[in-house]
Design a protein around this ligand. Structure first.
Ligand SMILES: [Zn+2]
Length: 104
């Protein structure tokens, strides 16, 4: 089994069915977007209602923990946001100044 298959199995243990229509996920519903020692990011796509759910799987001392959220981002969009830079304080100040200037 490859590490990605392993991640798929772990993800399927955390989330078994679609939160919207309750249909069971299969291996084909699951896509591992990224995986490293800190955890993995897994995308579930429901075969029935097409709902996409993103799940961040993190290893904890007591086992795996999954945090899921439904998304309307396509998988390639998710990958694009993951690659983008984090928002820094400077970015926030810059936007704040832009807004302040427009208000005048
Ligand atoms: Zn569904």
């Amino acid at each position: 089994m490859t590490p990605k298959d392993n991640n798929k199995n772990n993800a399927l243990m955390l989330l078994r069915e679609c939160p919207s229509c309750r249909s069971r996920y299969t291996h084909a519903s699951v896509q591992v977007l990224s995986a490293n020692e800190k955890g993995s990011l897994v995308s579930f796509t429901c075969g029935e209602c097409r709902l996409d759910v993103l799940v961040a799987v993190s290893p904890m001392p007591f086992g795996l923990v999954g945090t899921g959220m439904p998304t309307d981002c396509a998988t390639d969009e998710v990958m694009r946001f993951m690659d983008s830079n984090e928002i820094t304080e400077d970015d926030v100040i810059e936007v704040h100044q832009l807004l302040a200037n427009t208000a005048q």
